[in-house]
Structure formats: structure tokens, C-alpha cells
Design a protein around this ligand. Structure first.
Ligand SMILES: [Zn+2]
Length: 84
């Protein structure tokens, strides 16, 4: 009887990229709760939607993880990260 010489190493890629996305449920102007108004979804996954803040009334458009208002340098929404 011998101890196993095989060690199992989990395969972790050192090249895994992490992207920061915008949470569509939060306002990019004040960070409060957004109301999601019109959605374009496929397979129950929302790819695109119009949002309106329940606090300040800020309207935005969210596409594939990002608010269009980021172009105008709004950056108050909550973020989440996902590995690619
Ligand atoms: Zn707001």
C-alpha cells in the first residue's frame, strides 16, 4: 500500500479577465432604486432596458451591462463584477 503521488490541482487561468458592469436596478445619477420600464429580453435574460429612478426621476438606457449615461460621466450606480 502506498500513498497516492498524484496531486490534483485546480485549473485556474491566470489570464481571466474581470469586467465591471452596472447594476440596472440602481440609478446612475443618485444611486437610488431604479424602476425598469421597457425591456428587450431573450431567454429571460435582459439585454437592454429603459430605467427611471424612483428617487430623482433620472431616465437612462441600459444595454448589455452598461448605462448610456456613463458617456456623460454619470457614475453613481452600483457595480458588480464578472469573470469573462
Ligand atoms: Zn436617481
Amino acid at each position: 500500500m502506498s500513498d497516492s503521488e498524484i496531486e490534483l490541482h485546480p485549473v485556474v487561468s491566470p489570464f481571466r479577465e474581470v469586467i465591471t458592469y452596472h447594476r440596472k436596478e440602481t440609478c446612475n445619477n443618485c444611486g437610488s432604486l431604479n424602476e425598469i420600464q421597457r425591456t428587450d429580453s431573450m431567454d429571460n435574460i435582459i439585454h437592454e432596458c429603459d430605467t427611471k429612478c424612483t428617487c430623482c426621476g433620472f431616465r437612462d438606457h441600459w444595454v448589455h451591462g452598461f448605462f448610456e449615461s456613463m458617456i456623460d460621466e454619470y457614475d453613481a450606480c452600483e457595480k458588480y463584477q464578472e469573470n469573462v
